[in-house]
Design a protein around this ligand. Sequence first.
Ligand SMILES: CC(C)(COP(=O)(O)OP(=O)(O)OC[C@H]1O[C@@H](n2cnc3c(N)ncnc32)[C@H](O)[C@@H]1OP(=O)(O)O)[C@@H](O)C(=O)NCCC(=O)NCCS
Length: 329
Amino acid sequence: MTERVTWDGVPIAEEVPHGAAVTVRRQSTYGREYLILHRAHHGPDFAGDWAWTPPTGARQPGEPILDGALRELEEEAGITGVDIWPVDLSGDWARFCVDVPPDTAVNLMDVEHDSFAWVSAADAIRRCTPELIGAVIERADRIPSCRLEFRPLIRDDLHRLLQWHKAPHAVEWFADGPLDIAAAEAKYGPRIDGVAPVRVEVVEIDGIAAGYLQRYLTRDHPEYAAAARDNDAAAIDYLIGEPTLVERGIGTRMIWQYVRDVVLPAYTGVPRIIASPDAHNTRSIRALEKAGFTRGCIAAPGQLDPEYFCVLDRRRTLGSNAASAAPQS
Ligand SMILES: CC(C)(COP(=O)(O)OP(=O)(O)OC[C@H]1O[C@@H](n2cnc3c(N)ncnc32)[C@H](O)[C@@H]1OP(=O)(O)O)[C@@H](O)C(=O)NCCC(=O)NCCS
């Protein structure tokens, strides 16, 4: 088989994703602006297909997806130390996005590009052709800029948690959840007190409690580990309770950030993260796939309700960037 290589002869990963595009956004006095880079190959006046793109590049064989995207961002734009998050990691090319401070310096470090511009979404989409390149920016533009933080669940959150379970987009998946505070205390009290193997965190979106996530080791739940056929993983569940915040790309980013900043630091050495949405919960399955999970086996009849076991391979996806945050118990 002929090895695929980049224009400058570097081998490209045979397995998907073959590379990554990173949409870089900043908030300026003119509104939200996007960084686009101009290809040098045909001179400074080159226009048309492939003349302008966001920072984009191929993944090297065996290179973790996040490592490859961060490397390209540094090589093409000189941008380092930023928190890129997934828009969609499920296709042939991974798509990340990042909001950077307005004074972020761009440094064209390689010979591939001769200029850059910060432009509106409309201008970026117009200049970045063919259409599939403009679509990368168009998709990222629909995702709000927001701050996601996680903190442990406390008893004062339980009334919120009950409301979140009843949200129209969630109720179907939490029908067997606790119905009142007493039942919520019975289920979540031990998790809050740290005496159950499950730990629960609230996600705050721009400082407002908006949902929760929980985590546990599969080996602490033998029946679940057997159904998942994995005794060596961490598992997660999650919920955005605020209806206006779903289907805007935030859940994908939330799952990613929770895995990276909370789950992996807490369970160092765990090679895989599992989530097992109901087989009909398309929104949840899609959010997982966009966050880098691959859809795995469905539970065998009689083991659990029909669920997909979606798996994130720590090394393939996050590579050396896993466990960057402080460990949590
Ligand atoms: C699951 C959840 C966290 C996902 O977060 P989110 O912010 O809604 O997810 P995203 O917007 O990042 O992605 C949702 C994807 O599902 C797609 N989707 C939504 N409804 C869909 C449907 N009926 N059929 C197919 N795709 C659907 C969206 O179009 C989007 O994909 P796209 O970007 O390719 O268009 C959130 O929806 C939620 O909390 N739901 C209720 C609780 C729940 O289901 N928890 C999971 C239990 S396992």
